[in-house]
Design a protein. Structure first.
Length: 222
């Protein structure tokens, strides 16, 4: 009987410790997210500046450039910025963090402090640790152009860490662009805000994964 009580007490202690840990992590996240000086410094910094074994190679970026077509979506993870990965895991349940759409010139429309246009080769200079090329099932070429046009119209919009404006985050602007093209992109409603996880692009009905640097990601229809 005493063993049972001891086991129950130990379990209760473990639950309380876990609760304290979760509360502490949540409080730290709130401080980081809602105090701009702390937030901006934390999220702009590479917390792991050293080389990682799974950084994308020049050959992989060249494959991405060769395979990408206008309207494609590229999603990314970068473990040099583990704070972003942790934030994504907490709020979206996914370690995929960043998104971009390929325009007619095979350049990226994406977010880097603001909505901007960058070359696909930026994944090499970013030292991304995982990328995937996704082809959404646009109904027509006109629908695909609508997606690109919507993304391009947001050029210059600054990143909004409050997520009040869906077009002011990297996943948000891409998701809203695809929705303009008639595609269904899932989101999470958190504090009355539409939060798009980068993994949502894998879940679009009829989507194809064209290529990934991650060997665990299966190519083809999802």
């Amino acid at each position: 009987m005493s063993l049972r009580r001891e086991t129950s007490r130990n379990f209760g202690d473990a639950v309380r410790i876990a609760g304290i840990a979760v509360a502490t992590v949540t409080a730290l996240l709130l401080v980081v997210l809602f105090f701009p000086p702390i937030r901006d410094r934390v999220f702009a910094s590479s917390l792991w500046p050293w080389t990682l074994p799974n950084e994308v190679t020049t050959a992989q970026v060249q494959a991405l450039q060769r395979l990408a077509q206008p309207g494609d979506v590229i999603v990314e993870t970068n473990m040099h910025f583990p704070q972003w990965v942790a934030l994504s895991e907490v709020f979206t349940g996914s370690s995929w963090v960043h998104a971009a759409i390929v325009d007619d010139q095979k350049q990226l429309i994406t977010m880097e402090g603001k909505v901007t246009i960058l070359p696909i080769s930026v994944y090499r200079s970013w030292r991304s640790t995982r990328v995937a090329l996704i082809r959404p099932p646009y109904a027509t070429a006109q629908a695909m152009q609508k997606a690109i046009a919507h993304a391009r119209q947001q050029d210059g919009i600054a990143y909004d860490p409050s997520f009040r404006n869906p077009d002011a985050s990297c996943t948000g602007v891409i998701a809203e662009s695809l929705r303009c093209a008639g595609l269904v992109v899932s989101y999470r409603n958190i504090l009355n805000r539409h939060i798009y996880g980068a993994d949502a692009f894998f879940k679009i009905p009829g989507v194809h994964v064209i290529w990934s640097s991650d060997p665990h990601i299966e190519h083809g229809a999802v």
